[in-house]
Design a protein around this ligand. Structure first.
Ligand SMILES: C[S@@+](CC[C@H](N)C(=O)[O-])C[C@H]1O[C@@H](n2cnc3c(N)ncnc32)[C@H](O)[C@@H]1O
Length: 347
């Protein structure tokens, strides 16, 4: 029976949980950053299950402070604890130890962008730009970022072959714009023994690609072309595959469309564009990961926003592409594949 008036009401107030989730978000993140910085995960990898006193001795940390930190990590499901023993769980083993198969250990500290920009977010919204955008010193931000994202993007690029079948053309010619550590170009070249790649990134960042390509034994098939992807020279009709991997969301709508047009021009007839990014749904609310990535871009770049599947589909078609497909080679990593018509129609 519903009651009305005091002390009861049949109006049930909403829970405060979403507000607490936002408040705790900051602490959750910095607990993880501290645990990584203090080498908790890598140390637990070689100790196995361990008492906090023993771990504190190994890490040379005060016991009570370490226990409090570890409990905060356990509360987030990122470590296991049995009575007073702590140990890695499967999530930590896969993502948080530095040699984990899908490690994100070096990505965690840099992924949200410069931390100081978050404390000035209201000013950024007021002013329409961050006070210290990453474009002021792109290499300082992107070098550690692309080191941190390489493992994930390399897995994504390798898995994409199951859908894209780039390996079917062993002599693929690849153009990777804003390549970072070149996870896409390297994955493709490793599957295409006679393939070659032009690997572009900004001066200072392209050296990461150079080093990663050498580590993967494909550097001799890469030309490293440093410079701004909006203005560097690109041959027309010369490539089988063009990669725009997580570059459009810093460029604004006009910049993203310009890159798509450059990709179209660079492709040979029948060639394909691989465009990876985080795409919000059309109403911008049922894919929070992509939506929040857009806010992250707004917080730290001059023109950065994420754009929806529909936006990209329209821009790709406008540029002349056909046969659009959207794939998700690994969780959260979506990629458009778009084909340049075999016989380009006059536009
Ligand atoms: C988020 S990272 C993506 C790296 C890589 N493509 C991937 O998918 O992992 C964006 C990359 O774009 C590069 N970049 C940003 N602005 C650029 C520009 N104007 N010209 C060339 N590269 C640029 C950055 O240096 C960085 O390496």
């Amino acid at each position: 029976m519903a009651h009305t008036g005091r002390p009861w009401s049949d109006f049930k107030p909403p829970a405060a949980a979403p507000v607490w989730a936002a408040i705790e978000g900051l602490g959750r993140y910095y607990i993880l950053v501290a645990a990584l910085e203090l080498d908790v995960f890598d140390t637990l990898e070689w100790t196995g299950p361990v008492r906090v006193e023993e771990l504190a001795a190994k890490l040379d940390l005060p016991v009570d402070h370490l226990r409090s930190l570890l409990d905060g990590v356990v509360a987030q499901g990122l470590l296991d604890q049995f009575v007073d023993l702590y140990e890695l769980n499967d999530t930590a083993r896969r993502y948080l130890v530095s040699d984990g198969p899908a490690t994100m250990a070096s990505l965690v500290p840099v992924a949200p962008g410069p931390h100081g920009n978050w404390t000035r977010l209201a000013d950024t919204v007021r002013d329409g730009r961050p006070a210290t955008p990453i474009e002021d010193d792109p290499a300082a931000f992107y070098v550690p970022l692309v080191e941190g994202t390489f493992t994930t993007m390399f897995r994504c690029a390798g898995r994409a072959d199951l859908k894209v079948r780039y390996s079917a053309n062993p002599a693929s010619r690849v153009l990777d714009l804003g390549a970072g550590g070149a996870p896409w170009a390297i994955a493709i070249l490793k599957s295409c023994p006679d393939g070659t790649a032009v690997v572009n990134d900004l001066d200072g960042v392209v050296d990461v690609a150079r080093r990663k390509a050498a580590e993967h034994d494909v550097a001799d098939r890469c030309e490293f072309r440093a410079g701004d992807f909006h203005t560097i020279d690109i041959e027309s009709g010369a490539y089988d595959l063009v990669v725009l991997g997580h570059v459009c969301r810093t460029e604004g709508a006009d910049g993203a469309r310009h890159l798509i047009r450059r990709a179209f021009d660079a492709l040979a007839p029948g060639g394909r564009l691989l465009l990876a990014d985080y795409f919000p749904d059309m109403e911008r609310k049922s894919n929070p990961h992509a939506v929040l990535m857009g806010t992250t871009m707004m917080a730290s770049t001059v023109r950065g926003f994420t754009f929806t599947h529909r936006d990209f589909s329209e821009w790709l078609v406008d540029a002349g592409f056909e046969a659009l497909r959207l794939i998700e080679p690994i969780g959260f990593q979506q990629t458009f594949i778009a084909t340049k018509p075999a016989a380009t129609k006059p536009r």
